[in-house]
Design a protein around this ligand. Structure first.
Ligand SMILES: [Mn+2]
Length: 392
């Protein structure tokens, strides 16, 4: 040992020995979070972002993950005709859901909570759709949807599975609630659902028809891919034989080329309820007409947030003044319980145009209603909107 080594050894000795000295004079470590405050239970404003703080799983990647209802983000917005931005819809809807959680999901309106009925509800994340090639993106959405649709259900629906026996293939399928994305996402969804269920009746809440003929507006610019937009997908769905002739729109108020649009809409297979009809008919009659139209067929529910008045849901690509209130549509949705719903979506939430998260919060509230809707066997009779429905 030379002189330098001796000097170093002497100088470092207190530090080397130091790790053996107790941290505190009482020999106690500070308390852990768990010992003092218990579980790391998220606040409404804390924690990772999943819908209503539900368990989050990468269901496309982990093929063993079972569920009864999946929440699936479809951040596709390259099929729009006006303002883009709905690719951020899944983020905004999840963010708008943060005051929701599994505990505390009971509402007077439904008389139940969707989270306490033994059904496994998972946030399955987002489909990583390409923003560069719509043909690939549409295929990705169909493949992803089918990946979830053909997953063996967790089994929580049990005997309450009202769509049991409706499928073409003899299989039981879980339900998927899709968060758009622009409305184009419904085309790959219907392609996937049609393979399992055959022709599907659609209940479509929207300010717009979305049945426009693809080749009419820009006839000199039409390609196979340019036909697929958020305003033509129902026409294409009819062309491909995906939908029944028992579909219905509700909340329509957009401007049209003329009566030919309505004639075309009929031919695609839709009846319609206009926005103003709610004043003349009242909610019970609106509900009755929708129920009568789809009957006992397999039903898909598609809700474009622009059906709501832009004052109550401004964050959307093609806003139309004079829409329904959130309260009115929530009552109509409750009146539809017990139909054979095989899936649902909410689309066209584009949060760049939002104010104070009003649209994202409204959209998240509709998703909570969808969950209850998929579980209820009939409209909640004791809710304010329910009594008249006892007679249905
Ligand atoms: Mn619309």
């Amino acid at each position: 040992m030379n002189l330098t080594s001796v000097v170093l050894a002497v100088a470092l000795a207190p530090f080397v020995a130091g790790h053996q000295i107790p941290l505190t004079s009482t020999d106690e470590k500070p308390p852990t979070w768990r010992s003092k405050y218990g579980p790391q239970r998220d606040q409404p404003f804390s924690g990772p972002l999943s819908f209503a703080h539900l368990p989050y799983a990468r269901c496309l990647e982990n093929e063993d993950t079972a569920f009864d209802i999946a929440i699936l983000g479809m951040p596709f917005d390259t099929g729009v005709t006006f303002r883009p931005g709905a690719r951020f819809g899944p983020y905004a809807i999840r963010s708008g859901s943060r005051r929701q959680r599994e505990t505390g999901g009971y509402t007077i309106a439904w008389g139940s909570s969707p989270y306490t009925q033994g059904v496994k509800i998972l946030d399955c994340g987002d489909i990583p759709v390409t923003p560069f090639d719509n043909a690939i993106a549409v295929d990705q959405m169909e493949v992803a949807y089918s990946t979830l649709l053909y997953r063996t259900p967790f089994g929580g629906f049990g005997e309450r599975d009202i769509t049991r026996g409706l499928s073409n293939d003899g299989l039981e399928h879980p339900r998927v609630i899709s968060l758009g994305g622009d409305h184009t996402i419904v085309l790959p969804i219907l392609r996937s659902l049609h393979k399992a269920y055959g022709p599907i009746s659609v209940i479509h809440f929207d300010a717009h028809l979305d049945t426009w003929k693809p080749d009419t507006r820009y006839p000199d610019q039409t390609t196979e891919q340019s036909r697929v937009t958020h305003g033509t997908f129902f026409y294409l769905a009819q062309e491909e034989g995906l939908i029944s002739n028992q579909s219905i729109h509700a909340g329509i108020r957009c401007k049209l080329e003329g009566l030919s649009d309505l004639q075309n809409d009929r031919e695609v297979g839709f009846h319609l309820i206009t926005t103003d009809d709610i004043d003349d008919l009242g909610i019970p009659e609106v509900v009755r007409r929708i129920r009568d139209r789809v009957g006992k067929t397999p039903v898909y529910l598609s809700l474009d947030i622009d059906v709501i008045d832009p004052g109550l849901a401004p964050a959307t690509g093609t806003p139309e003044p004079g829409g329904w209130t959130t309260r009115e549509l929530k009552r109509i949705i409750r009146g539809l319980a017990g139909l054979n719903f095989i899936g649902a979506d909410i689309v066209e939430v584009a949060p760049a145009y939002d104010h104070a998260d009003i649209t994202g919060i409204a959209a998240a509230d509709f998703v909570a209603d969808f969950l209850s809707l998929l579980l209820a066997e009939k409209p909640p009779g004791h809710s304010p909107g329910g009594k008249f429905l006892e007679e249905l």
